[in-house]
Design a binder for this molecule. Structure first.
Ligand code: DQA
Length: 147
């Protein structure tokens, strides 16, 4: 069953390379595997998924703006996590819950990854759960929406 309002799953730069990009850090699953997982978990909870990836900061911000009145957003901002005030401002303008997801534990890596512009305006943060983090975030958004 998947008839409810969509959950938007937005992915930032270099996540199109998942599976081959530093697999010792990000794992062997591809972005297509992540999409399939998101669709399955959301579908079981009665929600459609809008799943997108971009390497461009402005495009990611545009998608956040588009989704700001959706049921919720799951976002892995990737490198823009640590650099983008503009992305933070777009998320702050959202009316819906926004969950920040990182495949890796950003707090156990280089010091610059420990700072996120997004976390202070996110409803929640999942890091270090691998692709399962996306499933956790989707379940949380569905729960917050009462479904
Ligand atoms: C990432 C962590 C970021 O620091 C990094 O720039 C990424 C991926 C993660 O999912 O672990 O591209 O967001």
């Amino acid at each position: 069953m998947s008839t409810g309002a969509p959950i938007h799953v937005l992915n930032g730069p270099n996540l199109n390379l998942l599976g081959t990009r530093e697999p010792e850090i990000y794992g062997h699953e591809t972005l297509a595997d992540v999409e399939a997982l998101c669709r399955q978990v959301a579908g079981d909870l009665g929600h459609e998924v809008v799943f997108r990836q971009t390497n461009a900061e402005g495009e990611l911000i545009g998608w956040v703006q588009e989704a700001r009145q959706a049921i919720g957003i799951v976002i892995n901002p990737a490198g823009y996590t640590h650099t983008s005030v503009a992305l933070r401002d777009a998320i702050a303008a959202c009316d819906c819950p926004v969950i920040e997801v990182h495949l890796s534990n950003v707090h156990a890596r280089e010091p610059f990854r420990a700072h996120s512009y997004v976390s202070p305006v996110a409803s929640g943060v999942v890091a270090g759960f691998g692709v399962e983090g996306y499933a956790v975030a989707i379940r949380r958004i569905a729960g917050l929406s009462g479904g």
